[in-house]
Design a protein around this ligand. Structure first.
Ligand code: SF4
Length: 65
């Protein structure tokens, strides 16, 4: 399937990874490998913990404590 996704985005994720800026590949990788939420959804501080769980995302956004 042809990739029509914008793959040239600024990427705030600090993990060493070949998918930086390649949003389609990033989301697919996280989905296919059960790796939680991509780093760009988190604040800078929360991203740095590398906890990509839904709970961490909810804490980061003040939804849960
Ligand atoms: S969120 Fe995951 S797949 Fe995306 S750039 Fe960061 S480490 Fe790579």
């Amino acid at each position: 399937m042809k990739n029509l996704c914008d793959n040239d985005r600024d990427c705030p994720c600090t993990y060493d990874c070949p998918r930086h800026g390649k949003c389609c590949a990033c989301v697919a990788h996280h989905r296919d490998h059960d790796e939680g939420v991509p780093g760009c959804f988190f604040s800078k501080e929360a991203e740095a913990t590398y906890d990509r769980s839904i709970a961490a995302l909810a804490r980061d956004h003040g939804i849960i404590q």
